[in-house]
Design a protein around this ligand. Sequence first.
Ligand code: INI
Length: 154
Amino acid sequence: MKVFEGKYEGKGRKVAIVASRFNDLVTGHLVEGAQDALVRHGVSDADLTLVKVPGAFEIPLVAGKLARSGRYDAVVALGAVIRGSTPHFDYVAAEVSKGIAHESLSSGVPIAFGVLTTDTIEQALERAGLKAGNKGWDAAMTVLELMDLLPQLS
Ligand code: INI
């Protein structure tokens, strides 16, 4: 059986990170995690671009534009939607997840979903490097794998 699988090899790859400023105490740690994972796996810091947006709701529009620009092999989308902060949690969480999936599928460029959706800021911080891993790191590992896998399939 022929098996295809991506390796965590980022040499020569160009990656855009789009991160929301809303809850930036959390998203700052997600960005650090993503940058660390990408650079440790061979992506040059000079080939990394960070674009900041106001909130998670704005991520899909900007991630899609970056994906379609032809300048990046992948996009890492980072945000933190926290239920305690607002009654419109459900709308923001639903739109950002649907939007990222749509932009990735329609552009054909991997866009990793590194958006935390939690009940409390404590839970978000735990998942941003304090206790339960770093979702920014995880999202970066996902694009590293897909950037290696997708070219093998064409
Ligand atoms: N944006 C977030 O990134 N996280 C949140 O928790 C959040 N809450 O809870 O309101 C949030 N709202 C702002 C939203 O993303 C947009 O920026 C805003 O509605 C303007 O379009």
